[in-house]
Write a protein that binds this ligand. Structure first.
Ligand code: ATP
Ligand code: MG
Length: 466
């Protein structure tokens, strides 16, 4: 009881705090140095590869800081996903220091130091964008709408802090003396659980609309609240995401939905009209009370993806995309059956093409995934046809497992025949071959004895070439 009241008061204070000191203007950016004795980040929590990079830069006379998620997550007692380094060395100077270095990015040029599969991202401090001469277009460029097309103006660490997105991402761990440079009161926001944009949120979203997605991602992942002024421009500016290249949005979509907090992230994205920009065909089916099959499928697949990731299992993005788009697909197929007088199978094939063609304009889902998405969808049409040797042949298909898991998930929503079919296939996988044959015989019709027939060449066209 007492604890409950304490929690309510704490929550109330948190909200008050969130509202009162809501913005972080550039005047609020002041360096606060937290000495090694005053914070909990130790080198033991930083990967050896990140330390190697930090020390090499430092020993070569450059500034070298760990920044972003590496500092933030360690302070929260979490294991960082990756380590990002910031330095005053230019990309060319970084390249000279590391043999295993690749320079990447045009919009935002940075260095990747490769250690096998582990990548340490090293960014040169960014500075302010003055009105650049036209000759410097490869350094700095901005669209009419305020979007930064090039962000390669270099500066010092103080300026760099102002170019970071959120206060909790602008904490720098200095390898020179193990202190943390907190520029935007990030430590305080971390304690209060607030995602707060540095500078004017609207301007910062116009510079890079992906920051809206990042706000939702961090709020969901870290279980934090987006401050009012940081959240409020989103509804109006969400459509700016349409100007972001589909390849970048695809990469972001994986970080949003395939990183263990997919369901919470989706709910926040949806609340701020951001999910709608990424999956318009899906959001067309959204209802007030979350009652459409499309919405129920989203809940199912995102929850199960989160569970798999959090128990260390692998996930295939194709499975998630196939599920998210399944009911928009079946609705489209029904329309096409009427419109073009197609049979169900052809309508599903055509609907699959149209749904994917339209989706990849927003998120550039690579071909290797769209191929699997089609396989999973096609298996949904084939799994009901189990007569004769078909069940055995399907069982041997490479994508059978994904197709079956998908069917099982549909069964949970559609019940009836779909659920029965999923139960049948579940049983079929468990039993030995004679039982399998009995199961097929019990369906009636067709040959049940599974033997691979020799290829039948009778129908082969005669070779007329001379
Ligand atoms: P995580 O790696 O856990 O997803 P992160 O905060 O490290 O989170 P990264 O994408 O690795 O995120 O970026 C590293 C840092 O670079 C961020 O913490 C932030 O300071 C800065 N940053 C990244 N993207 C942007 C952006 N679009 N606008 C401004 N700053 C950014
Ligand atoms: Mg990072």
């Amino acid at each position: 009881m007492g604890w409950n009241i304490f929690n309510q008061v704490a929550n109330f204070c948190r909200k008050l705090l969130n509202n009162s000191s809501d913005t972080c203007s550039t005047e609020d950016i002041k360096l606060k140095v937290i000495t090694r004795a005053e914070h909990s980040v130790s080198r033991a929590q930083i990967s050896d590869n990140a330390l190697k990079v930090l020390y090499r830069l430092h020993n070569s006379g450059y500034d070298a800081f760990l920044v972003g998620g590496g500092v933030r997550d360690i302070l929260l007692g979490k294991e960082p996903k990756d380590f990002d380094v910031a330095t005053n060395a230019t990309p060319e100077q970084i390249r000279k220091l590391f043999r295993n270095c690749r320079l990447i990015g045009r919009r935002f040029r940075l260095a990747h130091i490769l250690f096998g599969r582990d990548v340490i991202e090293v960014a040169t401090f960014r500075g302010h964008h003055a009105d650049e001469e036209p000759s410097k277009k490869n350094v700095s460029a901005q669209s009419k709408e305020g979007m930064l097309l090039r962000d390669n103006v270099y500066g010092n660490v103080d300026e760099d802090a102002q170019r970071r997105d959120f206060t909790i991402n602008a904490m720098y761990y200095n390898i020179a003396d193990y202190s943390i440079h907190d520029y935007a009161n990030g430590i305080q926001d971390l304690k209060n659980g607030v995602i707060r944009m540095i500078g004017d949120p609207e301007t910062r979203y116009r510079e890079d609309p992906v920051r809206m997605l990042r706000a939702a991602r961090f709020a969901a992942k870290l279980d934090m609240t987006i401050s009012n002024s940081t959240a409020s421009p989103m509804l109006e500016l969400s459509t700016l995401l349409q100007d972001i290249p589909a390849a970048r949005l695809f990469e972001e979509s994986l970080k949003l939905l395939q990183a263990g907090d997919g369901i919470a992230t989706y709910q926040l994205l949806r609340k701020h009209n951001l999910f709608q920009q990424l999956f318009p065909q899906v959001s067309d089916q959204f209802t007030e009370d979350n009652s459409s099959n499309t919405e129920k499928m989203l809940d199912l697949v995102l929850n199960s993806t989160d569970r798999r990731i959090n128990s260390g299992k692998r996930v295939n993005p194709a499975f998630m995309f196939a599920a998210i788009l399944w009911y928009p697909l079946t609705i489209k197929a029904e329309e096409l059956m009427k419109e073009l007088n197609l049979n169900y199978y052809d309508a599903m094939m055509e609907a699959g093409n149209r749904i994917l063609d339209s989706q990849v304009k927003h998120l550039a889902i690579p071909r290797r995934f769209t191929a699997t998405i089609r396989d999973i969808w096609q298996l949904q049409l084939r799994l009901p046809r189990r007569n004769g040797k078909r069940a055995f042949a399907l069982f041997e298909q490479q994508k059978f497992r994904a197709g079956f898991d998908f069917l099982e998930m549909r069964g949970k929503l559609e019940l009836g025949q779909t659920k029965e079919l999923a139960l049948w296939w579940n049983e079929f996988q468990k039993v030995e071959t004679p039982e399998k044959q009995k199961m097929v015989s019990a369906l009636g019709g067709g040959r049940s004895n599974y033997k691979r027939r020799k290829p039948n060449f009778r129908n082969k066209k005669p070779d007329n070439r001379t």
